[in-house]
Unconditional design. Structure first.
Lengths: 532, 363, 388
């Protein structure tokens, strides 16, 4: 019997279509694996299911969602919760100072009457029945097949257990019919992940349907009854797991990345590994960046090349440039231009010829309340003395020089603004990104680290940004390391692409490699001879 | 119309409303028998007296340490310097300048420790600063009593020990800069004829030229500092600390420097205040500077993370105008003494408004 | 709920009380007070000040830190007392009746002011404490306007004893008709062997304080109390669990303000006179200093913290001027010292809280890294075993 039916669902954000006519059916007590690259439309679909604000604030969606035979359209997550949908997010929503039990029954505590509450007939003034809370929570935990006392305080538990507590919270709700797990195994060790897959099966056996989103394709195959693959807002494959046939992982990977025709590879991907020397050599790099930690990454970059770093969210690709630049604490051995490079020192890195364009544009990349000229010149001023004029031996800011520099880049990168004195907060995302590039360019670096340069900017601006990087590399021979979650973008610009998985460089490939193989690598599989 | 609104917005709404209100007060002053000239005289004098204190807020706001409720630290440095210089009987302009220099030095030393503390409690600077401010006042109260000052002009007469609550600076440096350029006599005094209460009178308008110039000199120095490379870095730290860190700036050192600057300036400001007022006030007096000084720069248009020299000038002027004009004019107009109430409501209202304004969170 | 006893963290939380104990154990002999006098004084202070300290607990529970705006509740109480003395002139309803009328008048004012304070503090997230403090100063301005001008000009004041001679405005200090109404109701005398005089203490007031404590303990166990705790621990998680975070935070300040109102009534009847204009200036400082001395922090406060704190803090308050005089020959030094200690102890507690918060963030990161490392090690081992 179908529990959830999605019929012809479409969604666009300001004309930008992210879901095109999606339809599928999920039966009661079944586990559905949902696969797709970043931006394939998975999260939008889940947001629709869960009634997130972002959907109806942008004009709702087309099509129909049928839950348990009834057509539904949730306006808030609370409505979705009440209808029996539970969701476990990637980031934990647990209260660290509370016990597992208190977290599992958060805002659903079991209560009993006391004198005041019975006189006032107030639900809120009833006493919380702690023993009952513990008992109920323990039942849910036990149902997951793990050993964990409900009295344990969350902050004292290892990360892996937190995921289980979140799931226990969802199945503790007696009306739960559908459970959405978004990358639940990302933070788990292998044995914990194994336990989780068992838990998923036993939850399903109780008649609860599950949507399991994961990039670990092996787990998807193991745990799911049905696999749906999304790409560019479409469902490209929808099979019962046992009907996929031979080499299921390879097949899913190729569906995810697709593009059998017209693969846009860099026209002139160069192989500089033979003729040029190594400019940057990274050995055993560890970076403590929350959510993007790097664990033992090793790779070499050759002089003058564009080196791409690909990987799924949370695997540590962002940690690499952030660690090398000293933004997050790191350890390891980095050799630049034959000299040892000092880690954890942003100033030293920049003095030695590094420049960085951060993925966190508004957080780290820009001074939103300051004018364009400041933003472009600040680093070069502090490190190299650009736009500085000395009076009586004291270095002062020389605004005319700064404006001149800013004007030059406004012109070169076609930054749309009223002039170098405009505040950066008033600019569009694309123009802000160009300012971040200008900031790096004007340091005239020997090596440029660029992190997610096209995130959150529109298509036209994307091309401009990538073109600017290509041109800079060609004209000056500057080595560029570019990190991006968009594989196609990397393939169109990079000479070589490293794939980062679980904090390590998994492999380095030429961009002409089939995208399905990249997809496979990103999901942590490296199977020799697997047919794609 | 639209253009007018925009112009007002650029100037700052609160500032505009207060300025308009004060202008109206000044216009109606003669109706209630209040002399305009003497009102302006008071405002100008207080502006010069308080200016550097208001200016001392700027470095810490700019570096992101927030409103400096810990200003008493600087104030007691100034007071201590005054007492020490008096102990050595330095008088006149030399004594005054020596007191400023010594105050700045003591302030800088205290500022180093204070800055170290504030760097360890990021996010809670303001509430802790307030209590540090109060605590240091009472600590110094014990010191004022206990330190072995001997100068009969400054110690309590009957006991022969412990500083007086109020020490007259008449024999030392009261008004030395007010009276500049002549350094003696009355300084620059304009005699302006005015009709008050139907009587033709001649009112004195005393312009403390030297003190105003001194204030402007400090404004210029701070303005120049924020145009220097270091000042630019400090501004960036306040604007977005993560950005500054990524650019290789040592955030903690910038913040500490800003605290040292603010505390030193507050010490200098206290000495200048004493010079203009004619008295050095010890014991609980510094309490009465904490909130009004913060409120003044807010009235000038500063926010929690940004302050300019123009905010200082406008703030020092408008705030002192509110404090001087409301008692004299409003009290005569409605025949109620509500100056104290207005002072409390304006001072604390401005601070509450600033605290509840949304601050952009980076990261 | 079952938490392992952690000696280290217990000692850290008791650091301030222990320091305080050391200070006063030196000061008591110096002060020259007899122990019976001292005990009597401390018993009186416990009755007088504990209730106000109780008012701080609920906002701490809701994660808003120390509510320095409890003075708003105190001001409501003072208005209640003024109005009841004005309207009840000539009526014979007794002290308790007078206090009840005062409470009745003050209650809506306290609720309204609490709502206002809570709403303002919601707009200053992350800066609640400094905002509550300045807010108290701001409302003091309005309060003074009320007692100085509205009383007599707008609201007729018929009781000439509380009216300024100019015809409007309330006198600086007024004597309470209801002085000692609670305290004297049930004064218990206990004879302690070894002491010359029996020790008196106001039993009825203790009952009231016990009721307040029972209320707090009961409240913590209700669903609403659990909601407060959730919001206090993490606004984000509480919100995603469907709790109305803003509303809960406002409610916590309202409850605190109302409790402070009752606390001030108890305080006033115990003293017997009321300082109309400056009587509420130090309310929050003393209450905050007391619970912090008792070992509470900005994030955690319990009933024992209150009693330990009030007893220690006020003992210090009583003995310090005399001890200072004995030591330096100048009573003023002792007075300044106790003010310094009051502010200093709040500073110390705030600093320690900010420090431990930064440390907790750091630990969390380190733990995350360690977990990750462990996971990586385990994975490596597993893959090594799999490869033949």
């Amino acid at each position: 019997m179908p529990l959830l039916e999605i019929k012809n669902v479409s969604k666009d954000f300001d004309g930008n279509v992210v879901l095109k006519n999606i339809s599928f059916v999920l039966d009661e007590g079944k586990v559905l694996g949902l696969c797709g690259e970043n931006g394939a439309g998975k999260s939008t679909l889940m947001n629709i299911l869960f009634g997130m604000d972002v959907i109806h604030e942008t004009g709702g969606f087309q099509g129909e969602v049928i839950l348990d035979g009834e057509s539904v359209s949730f306006k808030t997550p609370v409505e979705a919760l009440n209808a029996g949908i539970g969701m476990v997010h990637q980031e934990f929503s647990l209260i660290p100072g509370f016990t597992a039990a208190e977290n599992i029954l958060l805002n659903r505590e079991i209560t009993k009457n006391n004198i005041v509450s019975s006189v006032l007939r107030s639900e809120k003034l009833k006493t919380v029945d702690m023993p009952a809370v513990f008992e109920s929570a323990q039942q849910s935990i036990d149902a997951l097949g793990i050993k964990l006392p409900a009295e344990s305080v969350v902050s004292e538990l290892p990360v892996g257990y937190k995921q289980f507590i979140e799931i226990a919270r969802e199945i503790n709700k007696d009306n739960v019919k559908l459970l959405i797990l978004d990358e639940p195994t990302a933070v788990l060790t292998e044995s914990e992940a194994e336990t989780l897959l068992h838990s998923i099966r036993s939850i399903a056996a109780r008649g609860i349907s599950i949507i399991f989103i994961s990039h670990r394709l092996r787990e998807v195959i193991e745990a799911c009854d049905q696999v749906i693959v999304m790409r560019d807002g479409l469902i490209v494959a929808d099979y019962p797991t046992d009907e996929i046939g031979e080499h299921p992982i390879g097949k899913i990977a190729s569906w995810m990345t697709g593009r059998t025709v017209g693969e846009s590879v860099a026209d002139e991907a160069r192989d500089l590994t033979k003729e040029k020397k190594i400019i940057l050599s990274v050995k055993n790099l560890w970076v403590d960046m929350p959510g993007e930690s790097v664990e033992n990454a090793t790779f070499d970059v050759y002089e003058g090349e564009i080196f791409g770093i690909a990987g799924l969210a949370g695997q540590g690709k962002l940690g690499i440039p952030n660690g090398i630049m000293g933004i997050y604490p790191s350890t390891g051995e980095v050799i630049f231009n034959g000299e040892p490079h000092e880690l954890n020192n942003p100033r030293k890195a920049q003095q030695n010829g590094f420049a960085f364009v951060s993925e966190d544009r508004r957080g780290v990349g820009l001074l939103l309340d300051e004018p364009i000229s400041w933003n472009i010149c600040f680093n070069a001023m502090q490190i190299q003395g650009l736009g500085i004029k000395k009076y009586l031996g004291i270095p002062f800011r020389h605004e005319p020089t700064m404006n001149e520099v800013a004007d030059k880049y406004i012109d070169e990168l076609q930054i749309r603004c009223t002039g170098p004195q405009q505040k950066v907060s008033n600019l569009s995302g694309g123009n802000q990104q160009k300012i971040c590039l200008a900031k790096a360019f004007c340091m005239e670096p020997k090596i440029l680290l660029v992190s997610e340069p096209t995130r959150g900017i529109d298509v036209g601006a994307k091309e401009l940004v990538l073109d600017a990087l290509r041109r800079y590399n060609k004209e000056r021979g500057t080595t560029i390391v570019i990190v991006s979650s968009e594989l196609e973008e990397l393939r169109s610009i990079a000479d070589r692409i490293a794939v980062v998985t679980e904090g390590m460089v998994f492999d380095i490939l030429p961009p002409s490699t089939k995208s399905a193989y990249f997809g496979l690598l990103m999901s942590g599989e490296k199977i020799e001879g697997e047919v794609i | 119309m639209n253009r007018v609104v925009k112009a007002i917005d650029r100037f700052g709404r609160a500032k505009f409303i207060i300025a308009a209100f004060l202008f109206i007060l000044l216009m109606i002053a003669p109706i209630y028998g209040v002399s305009r000239v003497s009102t302006i005289n008071d405002v100008v004098l207080r502006f010069a007296m308080n200016g550097v204190l208001v200016l001392s807020m700027v470095p810490m706001i700019q570096s992101g340490c927030g409103l400096n409720f810990g200003i008493p630290l600087g104030l007691i440095s100034g007071l201590l310097a005054e007492a020490i210089i008096m102990e050595y009987n330095w008088t006149g302009a030399a004594g005054f300048i020596a007191a400023m220099a010594l105050g700045a030095l003591i302030g800088a030393i205290l500022g180093i420790f204070y800055g170290y503390l504030l760097n360890r409690i990021k996010g809670d600077e303001m509430v802790i600063a307030t209590y540090v401010g109060y605590a240091i006042i009472y600590f110094m109260n014990m010191m004022w009593l206990g330190l072995p000052f001997k100068n009969p002009a400054s110690v309590q007469g009957y006991a022969g020990e412990g500083l007086r609550v109020t020490i007259s600076l008449d024999k030392y440096w009261s008004h030395v800069f007010d009276r500049w350029p002549s350094f003696q006599g009355e300084g620059l005094v304009l005699n302006i004829p005015e009709v008050v209460n139907g009587q033709q009178t001649v009112q004195n308008l005393r312009i403390p030229v030297g003190t105003i110039l001194l204030f402007l000199l400090f404004c210029l120095l701070i303005w120049l500092f924020f145009r220097s490379k270091t000042g630019t870095a400090m501004t960036a730290v306040g604007s977005n600390a993560d950005y500054a860190r990524a650019a290789g700036i040592n955030i903690n050192r910038m913040r500490q420097l800003s605290v040292v600057m603010s505390t030193s300036l507050a010490a200098v400001g206290m000495v200048i205040y004493g010079q203009s007022y004619g008295f050095a006030q010890y014991y609980t007096a510094p309490q009465f500077f904490m909130f009004p000084t913060v409120a003044a720069i807010l009235l000038g248009g500063a926010v929690l993370t940004k302050a300019t020299i123009s905010n200082v000038l406008w703030g020092a002027f408008l705030f002192q105008a509110v404090l001087t004009m409301t008692p004299s004019i409003i009290n005569s107009a409605i025949e109620l003494d509500i100056s104290e109430v207005i002072r409390m409501v304006v001072t604390n209202g401005l601070i509450v408004i600033a605290l509840t304004r949304k601050v952009r969170k980076n990261g | 709920m079952v938490k392992k006893f952690d000696a280290k963290s217990f000692l850290r939380s008791m650091l301030v009380p222990i320091l305080f104990l050391i200070v006063i154990s030196f000061a008591i002999p110096l002060s020259g007070f007899t122990s019976s006098h001292l005990i009597k004084e401390v018993m009186t202070r416990l009755a007088r000040d504990s209730f106000l300290a109780v008012a701080l607990i609920i906002p701490i529970l809701a994660g808003m830190g120390i509510n320095f705006a409890i003075s708003l509740g105190a001001m409501s109480a003072q208005i209640g007392v003024i109005m009841s003395q004005n309207w009840l002139i000539g009526e014979k309803i007794g002290g308790i009746g007078g206090l009840l009328v005062a409470a009745l008048i003050a209650l809506p004012i306290a609720i309204g002011l609490g709502y206002f304070a809570g709403s303002v503090m919601n707009k200053a997230r992350g800066r609640e404490m400094i905002t509550s403090m300045i807010l108290a100063f701001l409302v003091t301005g309005f309060y003074q306007f009320f007692v100085l001008f509205i009383c007599g000009k707008v609201i007729p004041i018929t009781n000439k004893e509380i009216l300024l001679s100019r015809g409007y405005g309330i006198r600086n200090t007024i004597r309470l008709e209801t002085a000692g109404a609670f305290d004297d109701l049930l004064m218990v005398k206990v004879k302690v062997p070894g002491l010359m005089r029996p020790i008196e203490f106001p039993f009825f007031t203790y009952i009231l304080i016990a009721l307040a404590c029972i209320f707090v303990i009961w409240f913590k166990r209700t669903k609403l109390g659990q909601d407060f705790r959730s919001v206090g621990q993490s606004q984000r998680v509480a919100n995603s669990a469907g709790l109305h975070v803003d509303q809960i935070r406002v409610q916590s300040v309202m409850i605190s303000t109302v409790l402070a109102m009752f606390g001030q009534l108890i305080f006033l009847q115990s003293i017997g006179t009321m300082n109309v204009y400056s009587g509420t200036d130090q309310t929050s400082l003393f209450a905050a200093a007391a619970i912090l001395v008792g070992g509470a922090s900005v994030a955690k406060a319990t009933i024992p913290n209150i009693f330990i704190g009030v007893a220690l803090f006020h003992t210090m308050f009583i003995v310090m001027p005399n001890a200072g005089k004995a030591l330096t020959g100048n009573p003023a030094i002792g007075e300044y010292f106790r003010s310094f200690i009051s502010y200093g102890v709040v500073t110390l507690a705030l600093v320690m809280h900010a420090w431990s918060r930064a440390k907790a963030r750091d630990d969390e990161r380190k733990r995350l890294r360690r977990d990750k490392t462990d996971a990586a090690e385990a994975a490596k081992k597993a893959s090594a075993e799999n490869t033949p």
